[in-house]
Design a binder for this molecule. Structure first.
Ligand code: ZN
Ligand code: ZN
Length: 639
């Protein structure tokens, strides 16, 4: 007999070579009916794999969140079978489960089109209805090679070659169809259920490498039930409506050009929004004791060798040579420049903490396929700062950064913030004492603030632990923005010191922190979060004063002037167009307040106000409107 342990601590005796399916049946027939997979010693496993003696076994029902990945992976197999049934001779490459769904890459003379998807989906539902059992087989490498060669599956031959010698070659079969696969899978195709949808097709290079052939990829989304699927599909539709690239065009904020891939051309309105973000952050940082500096954009390779970027990060850097044969790089990060500023003059413990901030523009080479509007660019502005402090000050400084970042996110309408703490990795520099102190400083900051966080053991950088701040937006998407990182490495590389009270020269503790992260990316997130309807204090044009008749032109000029003097960002629209036309145009540009002026308003010195989201217009004396708008334009979130 063998013995296995269940999650509740109970043990069960089974005959040797029993499987998780046998275990489920031994416990109860109803459990066996519900169970689709198992977790054996912490690893997901098929129900049909024999259990080792002494194993810890958890039986998973289909509803368990961990089964979702199996649903998605099973669907990838079902998709591939459907495609090969419909178009025999199509070659299969790889088909993993991904976030929200799955995909499969195929090679075919004619790439798939969106019109093919309903046909494929129908075939998939037939395969699911047939409840074909998934069976695992171990083949010899030669047998596998012979099979895939005969089938013309050249990509599978490459995958076979990549399996290390001695590792088993496993095949998963569903009826007549089979695939090279590590598994695990559920019991049969019926377990995947019906909550899936094929969403789109895309070209994809084999192994993501542009020098390899282009394959045709079919994407699908899948969930455990229809409620979750529908929620996701609604989110996708909503995300499409909020796409910042389209809104950016409609609101006339920015554009991109092929001459500068991944670099933004900001239009007047977009640049005003950008500057509003900088102005806001500058004020908050000044209040928090930061000092702003500016470091050069292009610096000699010698600096990047000292910082280690030349050795470790060069593939992501834009390089430049000059006539005098010097090698330069555009800065991909601001830190090395700040190390040089810190290094000027002797620093004493009385100078610390020193908080150097820079709205530094950094350049990083990203593959062109990865670029995505403002969200993934090649040049961006960080709200970067480096805090130099003593070990004794570390906890308090982390606490201050944490308070600042959360208060700032609230001002922008992000109340749902998740925090990740990444701790010491296996290979690292720095003493265990300094890791203890730094990890403790970060966790204490979060606990003092009463904020929940998730620990990612071993995921910190080799040079220090970090916090990452993830914002959840209005439609439930997560965006990692802020970071707070402790660094034992750079002060050592640059030989940075401060004079301690004892007169001894010691290395300072260094913190890197960015709160927006990339201002370009944050702008994109902000546009999508608010669906373009930025709060009044952020809107690049806050008020448009539009006339209904030329007779109101003078009054319009007076109104605009009064609003401007009150500090509002105002434009006038005196064109000889119908007011309905003007209103629609400014609404498309998401101007939050429109003022319409006709003869009556001009005679009575009033204004008729139309606010975004308000059902009706309101007519009031100008002074009343000014007071209300000034009040609203100052209010942001909790501030
Ligand atoms: Zn598989
Ligand atoms: Zn830094």
């Amino acid at each position: 007999m063998i013995h296995v342990r269940l999650p509740d601590g109970a043990t069960r005796a089974l005959t040797p070579a029993s499987t998780a399916a046998d275990l489920a049946s031994a416990i109860s027939p109803s459990l066996a009916k519900r169970t689709v997979a198992a977790v054996v010693d912490g690893q997901m496993a098929d129900l049909n794999t024999p259990l080792p003696d002494g194993a810890a076994v958890e039986l998973l029902p289909r509803e368990d969140a961990r089964a979702l990945e199996l649903i998605r992976h099973d669907l990838a197999h079902v998709l591939a079978e459907a495609v090969q049934t419909l178009w025999p001779g199509t070659k299969t490459a790889i088909g993993p489960a991904i976030a929200h769904g799955f995909y499969y890459d195929f090679e075919r003379d004619t790439p798939f089109t969106p019109e093919d998807l309903p046909v494929i989906e129908k075939k998939m539902r037939e395969i699911i209805a047939a409840r074909r059992p998934f069976t695992r087989e171990v083949w010899s490498p030669d047998a596998a090679r012979a099979h895939f060669e005969a089938a013309g599956e050249t990509w599978k031959l490459e995958l076979l070659d990549a399996i290390p010698e001695g590792e088993p070659v496993t095949i998963y079969r569903q009826g007549d169809w089979l695939d090279l696969c590590r598994g695990p899978h559920m019991r049969h195709t019926g377990d995947v259920g019906g909550a899936f949808k094929l969403t789109h097709v895309a070209g994809a290079y084999w192994r993501g490498d542009a020098t390899n052939p282009m394959l045709s990829r079919i994407y699908g989304v899948a969930f455990a039930d229809k409620v979750a699927l529908d929620a996701h599909l609604t989110m996708l539709t909503e995300a499409e409506k909020r796409d910042h690239r389209r809104l950016g065009r409609e609101m006339d904020l920015f554009h991109f050009e092929e001459v500068a891939p991944g670099s933004v051309f900001w239009h007047p309105r977009g640049w005003r929004l950008f500057q509003t973000l900088i102005g806001y952050m500058r004020t908050r940082q000044e209040e928090a004791g930061y000092v702003e500096v500016n470091s050069p954009d292009i610096m000699d390779r010698a600096l990047w060798e000292t910082s280690g970027h030349w050795q470790n990060y060069r593939a992501n850097m834009f390089l430049a040579q000059t006539e005098d044969d010097r090698d330069y790089a555009l800065k991909p990060m601001n830190c090395p420049g700040h190390m040089l500023i810190y290094g000027q003059g002797t620093k004493s413990y009385r100078d610390l903490p020193l908080k150097l901030a820079e709205f530094g523009k950094v350049h990083r080479y990203e593959p062109s396929g990865a670029l995505h509007g403002l969200l993934r660019v090649r040049s961006f502005t960080q709200d970067d700062a480096h805090i130099y402090c003593t070990p004794e000050q570390l906890t308090e400084e982390c606490l201050k950064v944490n308070d600042l970042v959360l208060s700032i996110y609230r001002d922008f309408g992000f109340d749902d913030v998740r925090i990740k703490l990444s701790t010491r990795p296996e290979s690292r520099i720095g003493s265990d004492e300094s890791w203890d102190r730094s990890e403790d400083a970060l966790s204490t900051a979060l606990e003092t603030a009463g904020h929940a966080y998730t620990v990612f053991e071993g995921e910190g950088a080799f040079y220090g632990p970090k916090l990452e701040y993830v914002l959840r937006d209005a439609i439930g998407r997560d965006w990692q923005c802020g970071t707070l990182q402790v660094d034992f490495n750079l002060p050592e590389r640059f030989g940075s010191t401060y004079v301690a009270p004892s007169g001894e020269k010691l290395p300072p503790v260094m913190l890197h922190r960015a709160l927006f992260g990339s201002l370009e990316r944050f702008t994109g997130i902000l546009i999508e979060h608010h669906a373009g309807h930025l709060p009044l204090w952020l809107a690049p044009v806050q008020v448009v004063v539009a006339t209904i008749t030329g007779a109101a032109d003078h009054w319009a000029a007076d109104v605009a002037e009064t609003l401007r003097e009150a500090g509002l960002r105002v434009e006038t629209d005196l064109r000889n167009e119908k007011i309905g036309y003007k209103v629609r145009e400014h609404a498309l540009k998401k101007v939050p307040v429109q003022i319409a002026l006709g003869t009556r308003e001009a005679d009575e010195q009033t204004v008729t106000l139309r606010r975004h989201g308000a059902p009706e217009t309101q007519t009031m004396p100008l002074s009343e409107a000014v007071t209300a708008l000034v009040r609203d334009a100052k209010a942001h979130g909790g501030a």
